[in-house]
Design a protein around this ligand. Structure first.
Ligand code: ZN
Length: 248
């Protein structure tokens, strides 16, 4: 258990120390424990719905955890059920572009706007919920956009839509994929660093290790008293993280 290892090591050395040392060590341990407490983690899944979404939702339900889904536009009945289930079960339904086609949405503000409204309206028709959080495909730091990203940011601001990048990845966007163990380690080592972590993962047919690593990730977070929460436009966003190496 990585996250407790520092504490464990210190506790083990207690027997070899004087009383004064013990007090120092206890203070340090208390500080470590305090540091670990009240940390917030926002689990986010991009690119869904996929055939894995049902299982992801089942896992979240099992642990009574709320997460965030930045979805794309899919009109089949299974996907529509998924959008509804996300909303009904108290997760955050976020926008991730209707088409997810970089070469179109990032070509101009007109295209960007058309795509975003199309998704927002479509999701509203299906779920009766007006999504107001957004994740740029490739992140706001993507180097694909032909138009200056600030133009889109201004448009989002004008529409009261908050965009979220991330500060922790599970690594599942890598071209060679990620093992269950890597996914777990990437997330747990990442969330230790920040007071508030936004974790990027993907909800896509071929990202099985993401699903398989999820129960263990959640268990470790809960054991270490992390708060796992859904994103909303009330949450202070993580933004402008360079994402040029991460293609989704
Ligand atoms: Zn994406």
């Amino acid at each position: 258990d990585d996250s407790n290892s520092m504490v464990d090591i210190k506790v083990e050395t207690v027997s070899q120390n004087t009383k004064e040392d013990i007090k120092d060590i206890k203070d340090e341990v208390d500080e470590d424990i305090t540091e670990l407490k009240n940390k917030k983690v926002y689990l986010t899944f991009d690119d869904g719905p996929s055939k894995n979404t049902t299982q992801i939702l089942d896992i979240l339900d099992e642990y009574n955890i709320k997460a965030t889904f930045f979805v794309v536009g899919k009109t089949d009945n299974y996907s529509k059920d998924i959008y509804r289930r996300i909303v009904d079960e108290g997760h955050s339904l976020g926008l991730h572009s209707y088409s997810h086609r970089y070469e179109i949405i990032y070509e101009s503000l007109d295209n960007f706007q058309y795509d975003l409204y199309k998704l927002q309206e479509f999701l509203y028709d299906v779920t009766n919920y007006k999504a107001n959080i957004y994740r740029f495909p490739g992140g706001s730091g993507n180097e694909v956009s032909e138009e200056d990203i600030e133009v889109f940011v201004e448009f989002l601001n004008d529409n009261n839509i908050t965009y979220f990048d991330w500060n922790v990845i599970n690594g599942d966007a890598s071209s060679k994929g990620v093992t269950v163990e890597e996914s777990y380690n990437n997330v747990i080592n990442g969330v230790k660093i920040y007071k508030n972590s936004v974790v990027l993962m993907h909800d896509a047919n071929n990202k099985l290790s993401t699903v398989e690593s999820l129960p263990l990730i959640i268990e470790t977070l809960l054991e270490n008293e992390f708060e796992i929460l859904p994103l909303s436009n009330e949450v202070k966003p993580i933004q402008q993280i360079e994402a040029n190496k991460i293609y989704e």
